[in-house]
Write a protein that binds this ligand. Structure first.
Ligand code: SF4
Ligand code: SF4
Length: 416
């Protein structure tokens, strides 16, 4: 089916009931029907029926969608809104060509995704004082790189992965870890996941042939690029004899889990987020956890809540830690504003949505905030830092692993 037919088919399912409107963060902020799911569907319908002309205003409303899919979760007609938006953006690109008006940041992030992050250079930038100087000189703003610099976390020393890690004790199974293009930013959560799996008796593969999941290209309408990435990953993981593909970033996981719809092929094994896999597993009796008498706020990323729908596993898993006080972050069903590349490409909406999360954290005063998506983590951490709040931001599995008694679990993985 071509893009226009798909848009026709999906848009026709919308009965214009408006039940999705109270769930849409962009509509709630602007109160403009064109920034609502129903309005965006009507715009795409008008475009494919040639009742509307393509204009910067129209494409702005489509680009403004966060692809958070809260509307899809609420829709009684089961409109596949995520796929509809991806198709809409691809159609707009096809009709108009978009590369000319892409922001400097978007082009730079696309280049980094393709080539991998230059971690040694970024570490030199951080450690040599260049970052300090660049921030004070105003050059980042002049080059349009201020947003990218804002999200750069303190990078650990790069530690290449081996292709396989053997289990501790009797083998219970074999899994593979998806590291994706943000791997260096996620080193702690990936290492924590691999460490726990190994200690629980799993062989862990980390295939070198894996690439970026393709999410950002998919949501920007670069469907051919996203499909090529999907096929590379499917080939890399299907070549292994494993029980599951495990990811730590829910944004990547949402895309991996929908490869069939994107590329017409999928993995031969289940694709699971690290919290779900660890939560459903029988834990060996030799692993116990140090009590943590702290208030831990839980941020539910949109991809975990509205796409994968496995957000409850985070609470069940962290409940293994004695004395922990888990508190869902108020407003959890609404996007934090990170939303793929939105935090870079649409700073105004990204920061407005972030303000709500920071206000909720300020009222709650937790010690730790856990989130299962790296993009949300970077965006929330930047807001927390700028607001002067004393809240540590972590992946839930990294927190769980930190509480393991004894710490001998890390020996197999750390330093790799
Ligand atoms: S809830 Fe579904 S059917 Fe109703 S307006 Fe929204 S997209 Fe259309
Ligand atoms: S995906 Fe999110 S931002 Fe986009 S229309 Fe649906 S609810 Fe609104």
């Amino acid at each position: 089916m071509n893009i226009e037919s798909f848009i026709h088919q999906e848009a026709d399912k919308c009965v214009k009931c408006g039940l999705c409107l109270p769930h849409c963060p962009t509509y709630l902020k602007t109160r403009n029907e064109a920034d609502s799911p129903r309005g965006r569907i009507a715009l795409l319908q008008g475009l494919v029926e040639n009742a509307l002309e393509l204009s910067p205003q129209l494409s702005g409303h489509i680009d403004g969608c966060l692809s958070c899919r809260a509307c899809e979760h609420a829709c009684p007609s089961v409109v596949r809104f995520g796929q509809l938006m991806d198709a809409g953006r691809a159609l707009i690109k096809e009709r108009e060509g978009r590369s000319a008006d892409h922001s400097r940041q978007a082009r730079l992030t696309a280049r980094l995704r393709g080539k991998g992050l230059p971690i040694p250079l970024l570490r030199l930038y951080q450690k040599s004082g260049m970052q300090w100087l660049a921030r004070r000189s105003g050059i980042l703003k002049r080059l349009g790189l201020e947003r990218l610099d804002r999200y750069l976390p303190l990078l650990p020393r790069p530690a290449p992965w081996r292709e396989v890690y053997g289990p501790v004790g009797d083998m219970r199974g074999s899994v593979a870890l998806f590291t994706g293009c943000m791997g260096p930013f996620e080193q702690t959560s990936l290492e924590a996941t691999a460490s726990l799996l190994v200690q629980c008796g799993y062989r862990v593969h980390v295939p070198r042939a894996q690439v970026c999941c393709g999410a950002l290209d998919q949501h920007e309408g670069n469907l051919d690029t996203a499909r090529a990435m999907a096929r590379s990953n499917i080939n890399a993981f299907n070549a292994l004899s494993i029980d599951a593909v495990i990811f730590t970033a829910s944004g990547c996981g949402a895309t991996l889990s929908e490869y069939q719809a994107l590329a017409g092929q999928s993995f031969q094994t289940p694709v699971m987020d690290s919290t779900s896999f660890l939560q459903q597993m029988a834990w060996p009796s030799h692993i116990t956890f140090t009590p943590l008498a702290r208030r831990v706020a839980v941020h539910d990323p949109c991809t975990l809540t509205h796409v994968l729908r496995t957000q409850n596993s985070v609470y069940s898993l962290l409940a293994l830690i004695p004395e922990i006080q888990l508190i869902p972050l108020p407003g959890n069903t609404f996007c934090c504003g990170a939303a793929g590349s939105t935090m870079i490409s649409q700073p105004e909406m990204a920061d407005t949505l972030l303000e709500d999360k920071i206000a909720a954290l300020d009222a709650l005063q937790p010690d730790i905030l856990v989130t299962s998506n790296i993009g949300c983590g970077l965006h929330l951490a930047a807001g927390i830092r700028e607001a002067g709040l004393a809240v540590e931001v972590m992946h839930p599995v990294a927190l769980l692993e930190r509480q393991v008694k004894g710490k001998d679990t890390r020996g197999k993985i750390q330093g790799k």
